[in-house]
Ligand binder design. Structure first.
Ligand code: ADP
Ligand code: MG
Length: 569
């Protein structure tokens, strides 16, 4: 049975499989390899991907997107009249990808490898796995996105040693990693990033530029209008990857407005974001005491890397031409698919060892006499390669103390209050000389990203703690109940999804068009609805095709080209 590889992205998700000596992407039911990571609800039914993304434009309140950002947190998003956790929403996406894969392969799929950002902590990895379980997938292993990218970019059987700088610029985040490949080992040396810097930030800045030029107060627009404005901005941004100028259009409360954006405008609009990107790259390089010269290949990953300004800027500060495959948003998925091939023990591919790193500093709080504050005393520093174990010695602050409370923190700040508190261990300190009162603290961070902290005193007593956030962990019973719940949600059928997609597209087009075009949209939408009431599947399909053609024509007229939606076959 095949193992599938999944890139569960913030904006788009992809699924791949190892076939005939290479990784191939599996198209979804709409014929595209990119499934937008969006979930929507309509009349008690769930839809995923392109129709959900389309619905988000006209009914933002009935959809959920960008939930990868909240993985591992106790956040919930409303969908219809229910609330869902990020892992439940992710499970809905995974379930869809699994189905698409099954349809493509013509056999059941049970096992998957999922990629996660290198900086994901144990909790985030745990809930990603859990999302897999909820979707009925066995997730044997998670792979770091930059390792997957390096794996995809590396000539598969070549043993050449290379150091990569992987710049993954997605929809909502920027992740930069230094990855070293030697023999059959892929090792991440450093990671750095910003989870508030992605393609969306460019859309927002373009939208704000548009508003400034037309004296519109962005903040005063209704959420729906903001969504439409952002969509126009994104479209304009995409057009600029091939053209040196593009027309951005948007219909607001007082009619249609347009603005021509040139390449120079783009440079000006993007400048602060590019600067931030450069700093993040330098941080990753600094962490491993490297400079641009130590890098053999700069690999561009993620849809945002398609922007020419980004490539130019990287070329400028790295002093070398970055490597970009034709579709940078597919690289990670291809790497995960390759790894799936390795895990299947296929003969046409050599085994490879992937190492993980601890992306943040772990330490304990030590009271500072001068300020009375707890100061971070690192035990494991960021970027160390896993598994890793290290011990440090500490002494109680006061002579009268009979216990020491070892407070464990994660983060880079000097003051503990700015870092994440992970837990506490109490250990007795026997009376006696200074040497007798020593406490040894050992941190062990294993390959699965689980931290074990052990504190020992000189009397030979030990206290141990595994750091897990119990609030997110579910009991077996609860997990089973959730699996059933996700399985029993009413999902739209393939036909219903297509109908939803076309109807939502009609609603959005209605808002974008004016005059006669608008009447055409309304008449066609209503006609399709009427045919749907007849419940004759063949008639609905025929009508839908016809309506789609008309919408396509109108979109072309508006200059919209839907990249994530393929052709209905
Ligand atoms: P993620 O890893 O976050 O799921 P992707 O790698 O799929 O995201 O990238 C999505 C981002 O790429 C979006 O912000 C989208 O606007 C941007 N993008 C896709 N195609 C282009 C293009 N041709 N030009 C500019 N940006 C693009
Ligand atoms: Mg990505």
């Amino acid at each position: 049975m095949a193992i599938i590889g999944i890139d569960l992205g913030t904006t788009n998700s992809l699924v791949s499989v190892w076939e005939n000596g290479h990784a191939v992407l599996i198209p979804n039911r709409f014929g595209s390899c990119l499934t937008p990571s969006v979930v929507a609800e309509a009349a008690g039914e769930i839809c995923v991907g392109a129709p959900a993304k389309e619905k988000r434009l006209t009914e933002p309140e009935n959809s959920a997107a960008l939930f990868k950002r909240y993985m591992g947190l106790e956040a919930q998003a409303p969908l219809g009249d229910k609330w869902y956790s990020p892992q439940e929403l992710s499970a809905m996406i995974l379930r869809q990808l699994k189905r698409d894969a099954q349809e493509y392969l013509g056999e059941p799929v049970e096992e998957a490898i999922i990629s996660v950002p290198a900086y994901f902590n144990d909790e985030q990895r745990f809930v990603t796995r859990q999302a897999g379980v909820l979707a009925g997938l066995k997730v044997e292993r998670l792979i770091n996105e930059p390792s997957a990218a390096a794996l995809a970019c590396r000539s598969l059987n070549g043993d050449e040693d290379e150091t990569f700088l992987v710049i993954d610029f997605g929809g909502g985040t920027l992740d930069v990693s230094v990855v070293e490949c030697f023999d059959q080992v892929i090792e991440i040396l450093a990671v750095s990033g910003d989870n508030r810097l992605g393609g969306e930030e460019f859309d927002k800045r373009i939208a704000r530029h548009f508003c400034r030029e037309h004296q519109i107060e962005y903040g005063l627009l209704e959420p729906k209008q903001q969504q439409m404005l952002l969509k126009s901005a994104e479209l304009c941004k995409r057009q600029m990857t091939e053209k040196s100028a593009a027309l951005m259009e948007w219909t607001g409360p007082d009619g249609k407005k347009g603005l021509i954006l040139t390449a120079e405008d783009m440079v000006r609009i993007s400048a602060p974001l590019l600067k931030r990107m450069e700093e993040i790259v330098h941080k990753a390089l600094r962490d491993v005491s490297m400079t641009a010269e130590d890098i053999d290949k700069v690999v561009l990953v993620g849809g945002t890397c398609r922007m020419p300004v980004i490539r130019q800027y990287i070329r400028h500060f790295m002093g070398a031409e970055p490597v970009m495959v034709k579709n940078p948003d597919e690289v990670v998925a291809l790497g995960v698919g390759t790894y799936a091939g390795i895990k299947e023990r296929r003969e046409d591919i050599k085994d490879i060892v992937l190492t993980d790193i601890c992306p943040f500093t772990l330490g304990i709080g030590v009271r500072d006499d001068s300020s009375g504050e707890l100061i971070m005393s690192p035990v494991i520093e960021r970027n160390c390669i896993l598994p890793f174990s290290h011990e440090e010695e500490f002494w109680p602050v006061s002579k009268t103390q009979t216990h020491v409370a070892v407070r464990i923190y994660q983060g880079e700040a000097m003051y503990c209050k700015k870092n994440l508190f992970l837990g506490k261990i109490d250990i007795a300190v026997p009376e006696g000389s200074e040497e007798h009162r020593k406490v040894t603290v050992r941190f062990t961070y294993d390959i699965n990203g689980i931290l074990e902290v052990e504190a020992a005193n000189e009397a030979g007593q030990k206290a141990r703690k595994l750091i897990v956030n119990s609030q997110i962990r579910m009991s077996e019973k609860e997990l089973e109940r959730k699996i059933e719940q996700i399985k029993n949600l009413k999902y739209m059928s393939r036909d219903e999804e297509w109908n939803t997609l076309v109807l939502a597209r009609g609603e959005r087009l209605y808002e974008e068009c004016l005059g006669e075009d608008r009447r055409v949209v309304a008449a066609n939408t209503q006609w399709l609805r009427t045919v749907m009431k007849g419940k004759n599947p063949a008639a609905v399909r025929a009508a839908r095709k016809q309506v789609e053609r008309i919408f396509e024509y109108l979109e072309e007229k508006l200059g919209i080209d839907e990249e994530t939606i393929g052709e209905e076959t």
